[in-house]
Design a binder for this molecule. Sequence first.
Ligand SMILES: O=P(O)(O)OC[C@H]1O[C@H](OP(=O)(O)OP(=O)(O)O)[C@H](O)[C@@H]1O
Ligand code: HPA
Length: 200
Amino acid sequence: MAAMENHIEKILFTEKQISQRVSELASQITLNFSPSTNNGGGTLLSSSSSAPVVVGVATGAFLFLADLVRKINLPISVDFVRVESYGSGTVSSGKPKISCDLKIDVTGKHVILVEDIVDTGNTLACLFEHLKSKGASSISVCTLLDKPSKRKVNVELVGEGKFYYGFECPDYFVVGYGLDFAEVYRNLPYVGILKPEMYS
Ligand SMILES: O=P(O)(O)OC[C@H]1O[C@H](OP(=O)(O)OP(=O)(O)O)[C@H](O)[C@@H]1O
Ligand code: HPA
Protein backbone atom coordinates (compact mmCIF):
# COMPACT_ATOMS: atom_id res chain seq x y z
CA MET A 1 0.00 0.00 0.00
CA ALA A 2 1.33 3.46 -0.89
CA ALA A 3 2.50 5.68 1.98
CA MET A 4 -0.28 8.24 1.75
CA GLU A 5 -2.98 5.56 1.81
CA ASN A 6 -1.60 4.38 5.15
CA HIS A 7 -2.77 7.70 6.61
CA ILE A 8 -6.41 7.02 5.74
CA GLU A 9 -8.83 5.53 8.26
CA LYS A 10 -11.82 5.19 5.94
CA ILE A 11 -12.85 6.05 2.38
CA LEU A 12 -16.23 7.82 2.31
CA PHE A 13 -16.61 8.48 -1.44
CA THR A 14 -14.65 6.46 -3.97
CA GLU A 15 -13.12 7.74 -7.19
CA LYS A 16 -15.81 5.92 -9.17
CA GLN A 17 -18.69 7.32 -7.11
CA ILE A 18 -17.28 10.84 -7.46
CA SER A 19 -16.83 10.51 -11.21
CA GLN A 20 -20.39 9.26 -11.67
CA ARG A 21 -21.84 12.07 -9.55
CA VAL A 22 -19.76 14.75 -11.31
CA SER A 23 -21.24 13.58 -14.64
CA GLU A 24 -24.75 13.83 -13.21
CA LEU A 25 -24.16 17.34 -11.85
CA ALA A 26 -22.67 18.50 -15.16
CA SER A 27 -25.70 17.16 -17.04
CA GLN A 28 -28.07 18.98 -14.69
CA ILE A 29 -26.17 22.24 -15.12
CA THR A 30 -26.03 21.83 -18.90
CA LEU A 31 -29.78 21.28 -19.00
CA ASN A 32 -30.64 24.12 -16.63
CA PHE A 33 -28.51 26.65 -18.49
CA SER A 34 -29.31 25.55 -22.03
CA PRO A 35 -31.01 28.38 -23.95
CA SER A 36 -34.78 28.03 -24.29
CA THR A 37 -34.87 24.80 -22.37
CA ASN A 38 -37.80 24.54 -20.04
CA ASN A 39 -36.05 22.23 -17.64
CA GLY A 40 -38.94 21.53 -15.32
CA GLY A 41 -37.29 23.50 -12.53
CA GLY A 42 -39.00 26.67 -13.65
CA THR A 43 -35.92 28.25 -15.18
CA LEU A 44 -36.31 29.39 -18.73
CA LEU A 45 -33.21 31.09 -20.02
CA SER A 46 -33.76 32.95 -23.27
CA SER A 47 -31.47 32.23 -26.19
CA SER A 48 -29.90 35.70 -25.71
CA SER A 49 -28.88 34.77 -22.18
CA SER A 50 -25.14 34.24 -21.93
CA ALA A 51 -23.64 31.00 -20.66
CA PRO A 52 -22.60 31.09 -17.01
CA VAL A 53 -19.28 32.05 -15.49
CA VAL A 54 -18.09 29.07 -13.46
CA VAL A 55 -16.03 30.27 -10.50
CA GLY A 56 -13.84 27.82 -8.64
CA VAL A 57 -13.10 28.61 -5.00
CA ALA A 58 -9.37 27.97 -4.64
CA THR A 59 -7.70 25.99 -3.52
CA GLY A 60 -10.06 23.19 -2.52
CA ALA A 61 -12.25 23.18 -5.65
CA PHE A 62 -9.44 22.72 -8.17
CA LEU A 63 -9.98 19.01 -8.95
CA PHE A 64 -13.76 19.13 -8.84
CA LEU A 65 -13.81 22.20 -11.07
CA ALA A 66 -11.47 20.59 -13.60
CA ASP A 67 -13.58 17.43 -13.81
CA LEU A 68 -16.92 19.26 -13.78
CA VAL A 69 -16.26 21.85 -16.49
CA ARG A 70 -15.03 19.20 -18.93
CA LYS A 71 -18.46 17.60 -18.70
CA ILE A 72 -20.55 20.78 -19.03
CA ASN A 73 -21.64 21.11 -22.64
CA LEU A 74 -22.00 24.91 -22.77
CA PRO A 75 -19.68 27.76 -23.83
CA ILE A 76 -18.94 28.73 -20.23
CA SER A 77 -16.18 30.97 -18.87
CA VAL A 78 -14.00 29.83 -15.99
CA ASP A 79 -12.43 31.92 -13.27
CA PHE A 80 -11.12 31.54 -9.72
CA VAL A 81 -11.45 33.32 -6.45
CA ARG A 82 -9.31 32.50 -3.43
CA VAL A 83 -10.82 32.50 0.03
CA GLU A 84 -9.22 31.22 3.21
CA SER A 85 -10.68 30.56 6.63
CA TYR A 86 -9.28 27.28 7.96
CA GLY A 87 -5.52 27.88 7.88
CA SER A 88 -3.77 24.72 9.03
CA GLY A 89 -6.51 23.56 11.44
CA THR A 90 -9.89 21.85 11.29
CA VAL A 91 -12.03 24.71 12.65
CA SER A 92 -13.31 27.70 10.68
CA SER A 93 -11.92 31.08 11.79
CA GLY A 94 -15.43 32.40 11.14
CA LYS A 95 -13.87 35.24 9.17
CA PRO A 96 -13.16 34.15 5.60
CA LYS A 97 -10.74 36.39 3.75
CA ILE A 98 -10.83 36.90 -0.02
CA SER A 99 -7.15 36.88 -0.86
CA CYS A 100 -7.47 36.77 -4.65
CA ASP A 101 -10.37 38.26 -6.60
CA LEU A 102 -11.99 37.33 -9.93
CA LYS A 103 -10.49 38.41 -13.22
CA ILE A 104 -13.78 38.32 -15.15
CA ASP A 105 -16.37 41.09 -14.77
CA VAL A 106 -19.51 39.25 -13.59
CA THR A 107 -21.87 42.23 -13.78
CA GLY A 108 -25.16 40.98 -15.23
CA LYS A 109 -23.80 37.42 -15.56
CA HIS A 110 -25.01 34.08 -14.23
CA VAL A 111 -22.39 32.79 -11.80
CA ILE A 112 -21.93 29.22 -10.60
CA LEU A 113 -19.68 29.04 -7.55
CA VAL A 114 -17.88 25.71 -7.41
CA GLU A 115 -16.83 24.48 -3.96
CA ASP A 116 -15.32 21.27 -2.64
CA ILE A 117 -17.38 21.54 0.55
CA VAL A 118 -19.98 23.74 2.23
CA ASP A 119 -19.44 23.28 5.96
CA THR A 120 -20.30 26.21 8.30
CA GLY A 121 -21.39 28.25 5.24
CA ASN A 122 -19.11 31.17 6.25
CA THR A 123 -17.11 31.05 3.00
CA LEU A 124 -20.22 30.97 0.85
CA ALA A 125 -21.87 33.82 2.76
CA CYS A 126 -18.77 35.95 2.27
CA LEU A 127 -18.63 35.17 -1.46
CA PHE A 128 -22.33 35.82 -1.97
CA GLU A 129 -21.99 39.33 -0.52
CA HIS A 130 -18.98 39.90 -2.74
CA LEU A 131 -20.68 38.67 -5.93
CA LYS A 132 -23.92 40.51 -5.19
CA SER A 133 -21.95 43.74 -4.80
CA LYS A 134 -20.45 43.07 -8.24
CA GLY A 135 -23.97 42.80 -9.74
CA ALA A 136 -24.14 39.11 -10.76
CA SER A 137 -27.64 38.47 -12.13
CA SER A 138 -27.88 35.02 -10.57
CA ILE A 139 -25.65 33.05 -8.21
CA SER A 140 -25.78 29.26 -8.07
CA VAL A 141 -23.63 26.93 -6.00
CA CYS A 142 -22.24 23.59 -7.08
CA THR A 143 -20.45 21.84 -4.24
CA LEU A 144 -19.12 18.30 -4.20
CA LEU A 145 -19.92 17.91 -0.50
CA ASP A 146 -22.58 19.43 1.69
CA LYS A 147 -22.12 19.10 5.47
CA PRO A 148 -25.44 20.46 6.83
CA SER A 149 -24.77 19.24 10.39
CA LYS A 150 -22.14 21.99 10.80
CA ARG A 151 -24.03 24.84 9.16
CA LYS A 152 -23.91 28.19 10.95
CA VAL A 153 -24.97 30.50 8.10
CA ASN A 154 -27.38 29.88 5.25
CA VAL A 155 -27.24 31.89 2.06
CA GLU A 156 -30.20 32.99 0.05
CA LEU A 157 -29.69 32.07 -3.59
CA VAL A 158 -29.69 35.02 -5.97
CA GLY A 159 -31.97 35.35 -9.02
CA GLU A 160 -32.68 31.96 -10.59
CA GLY A 161 -29.72 30.46 -8.72
CA LYS A 162 -29.81 26.82 -7.64
CA PHE A 163 -27.91 24.74 -5.09
CA TYR A 164 -26.31 21.63 -6.61
CA TYR A 165 -24.46 19.17 -4.41
CA GLY A 166 -22.78 15.85 -4.99
CA PHE A 167 -23.03 14.10 -1.64
CA GLU A 168 -24.13 14.82 1.88
CA CYS A 169 -21.00 14.66 4.03
CA PRO A 170 -21.19 13.16 7.51
CA ASP A 171 -19.87 15.17 10.44
CA TYR A 172 -16.15 14.42 9.98
CA PHE A 173 -13.24 16.58 8.86
CA VAL A 174 -12.59 14.99 5.47
CA VAL A 175 -9.64 15.04 3.08
CA GLY A 176 -8.94 14.19 -0.56
CA TYR A 177 -10.13 15.21 -4.03
CA GLY A 178 -9.05 18.80 -3.31
CA LEU A 179 -9.77 18.85 0.41
CA ASP A 180 -6.77 19.30 2.67
CA PHE A 181 -5.60 19.03 6.21
CA ALA A 182 -2.83 21.64 6.71
CA GLU A 183 -2.43 21.81 2.88
CA VAL A 184 -1.78 18.06 2.53
CA TYR A 185 -3.86 15.21 1.00
CA ARG A 186 -5.54 17.32 -1.73
CA ASN A 187 -4.17 14.88 -4.36
CA LEU A 188 -5.98 11.80 -3.05
CA PRO A 189 -8.39 10.68 -5.79
CA TYR A 190 -11.14 9.89 -3.26
CA VAL A 191 -12.63 11.52 -0.13
CA GLY A 192 -11.86 9.99 3.23
CA ILE A 193 -11.10 10.44 6.90
CA LEU A 194 -7.57 10.50 8.31
CA LYS A 195 -6.43 8.22 11.10
CA PRO A 196 -6.79 10.16 14.39
CA GLU A 197 -3.02 10.39 14.93
CA MET A 198 -2.65 12.25 11.61
CA TYR A 199 -4.69 15.23 12.84
CA SER A 200 -2.32 15.96 15.72
O1 LIG B 1 -18.36 26.37 4.86
P1 LIG B 1 -17.03 26.72 5.47
O2 LIG B 1 -16.98 26.33 6.93
O3 LIG B 1 -16.63 28.15 5.27
O4 LIG B 1 -15.93 25.79 4.80
C1 LIG B 1 -15.80 25.60 3.44
C2 LIG B 1 -14.52 26.19 2.90
O5 LIG B 1 -13.40 25.74 3.67
C3 LIG B 1 -12.39 25.25 2.80
O6 LIG B 1 -11.55 26.28 2.39
P2 LIG B 1 -10.25 26.75 3.22
O7 LIG B 1 -10.54 28.03 3.92
O8 LIG B 1 -9.76 25.62 4.07
O9 LIG B 1 -9.22 27.04 2.07
P3 LIG B 1 -8.71 26.02 0.92
O10 LIG B 1 -9.80 25.93 -0.13
O11 LIG B 1 -7.48 26.66 0.41
O12 LIG B 1 -8.46 24.68 1.56
C4 LIG B 1 -13.18 24.71 1.62
O13 LIG B 1 -12.39 24.63 0.46
C5 LIG B 1 -14.30 25.72 1.48
O14 LIG B 1 -13.96 26.80 0.65
O1 HPA C 1 -14.14 18.64 6.30
C1 HPA C 1 -13.33 19.46 5.78
N1 HPA C 1 -12.14 19.06 5.25
C2 HPA C 1 -11.26 19.91 4.66
N2 HPA C 1 -11.49 21.21 4.55
C3 HPA C 1 -12.65 21.68 5.04
N3 HPA C 1 -13.12 22.93 5.05
C4 HPA C 1 -14.30 22.89 5.63
N4 HPA C 1 -14.63 21.63 6.01
C5 HPA C 1 -13.60 20.85 5.65
